[in-house]
Ligand binder design. Sequence first.
Ligand code: GLN
Length: 483
Amino acid sequence: MQLYEMTMHEVKDLLKQNKASAREVLDSVMGRIEKVEEKVKSFVTITDDLAYDKADWCDREKEGGTIKGIPFALKDIICTKGIRTTCSSKMLENFVPVYDATVARLLNEQDGVLVGKLNMDEFAMGSSTEQSAFFPTHNPWDLNRVPGGSSGGSASAVAADEVFFTLGTDTGGSIRQPASFCGIVGIKPTYGRVSRWGVVAFASSLDQVGVFSKDVRDCAEVLNVICGKDPLDSTSVDVDVPDFTSFLDDNIKGMRIAYPKEYFGEGVDEDIKKAVKKALKHYESMGAIVEEVSLPHSEYALPAYYLIAPAEASANLARFDGVRYGFRDFEAENVVDMFSSTRAKGFGPEVKRRIMLGTYALSSGYYDAYYLKALKVRRLIYEDFARVFKNFDIIISPTTPTVAFKLGEQSDPLTLYMNDILTVPVNMAGLPGMSIPCGFKDGLPIGMQIIGKAFDEGTMLKAAYAFEQTTDYHKVKPALEVK
Ligand code: GLN
């Protein structure tokens, strides 16, 4: 087995026992990137010089942090000091931040080796990574298909064994949906669990940073590094951060699992429903109590999301005006034209669509009818979950209504929005959610979504781990024919 094929915890063991050096691990990863990147196109920027400096430092130092010498990469929405951070937008094509986002700093302080920045839908708006202003990313399981989005590069990089883990962001499903499409583990922690400081804002009340990894243990270990209150982010919450690996125990006897009937309804692929139902039976056979429940307001989550998220986006993206930083249209004749032509040229079509939708929803006369109404729906969705969580430990559903689709297949925005129908409610309620592999359809991965109580990622991880330890879906890798 090559080093790049291993999980992070396997490589950590080798490094600890001096059976491999950080440079050897990085060489293996860089060799892999060289072979597959041309096909998959996960990266916007590769920082090989910096990575080798860091790996050599790791080899010289005796002591070190918890992820010492482990190559990883970040979605290109996470600011990195001195390293271009583009949000896959022309607007930020040449933007080099002067500081690290808190999550980037934390990973760096624990001595991880950053190898690059990952492709995404422009400003995290999309479900396929086709909205990147630069190029689309390809799904390692079938290069004609999308990896999902918006954190598509973060998912494909892990699935293609280009790095051991990545970070992404999830506003309506952008970690769980690509994790599902690429057959890996993806977690969106509870809103407020991870600092958003230095992460370019899309919809601030929904955005959350999370992890993509090859297995559940790696996911828990990375969460241990990035979670916690940050004085720089007033929405991060001061609650205890447990050692998430302490939950990795496969005894789930008596665990109470709910499955919402609305998540197995029309529009969800029959084979996906079957795979998740089979997983529920598997949980039952391990001693869990599995029952059907109802989340009656589920159908309103998506329309409400497409008012709230664009409304917040329209406010957040107002800062890109050509004045302070980022792209400026120098051809404009006066300052007023400069504002509008900068935005006309700098933003892609989906971003413009969201800004217009959001500005409309917030404008006087429509605010009460649309935005305020959407906030009320959001509360009802929250209450649906709260009711179920009085009697259950976790909720299980499919992550996505379909498996990965072909590039160009979902060109209509509304069709694309439907991808998030099963993930959006979780963001609306601020809850933690994750996706783990639970089957295949025509050789393409199927993901199962596990939803937890607020700040109870531990129970979710435990359920995920128990399933993973007793099944083999996570061991199957994409063929990715390379010489
Ligand atoms: N696909 C959803 C959207 O386009 C979610 C994106 C996300 O989670 N960042 O808004």
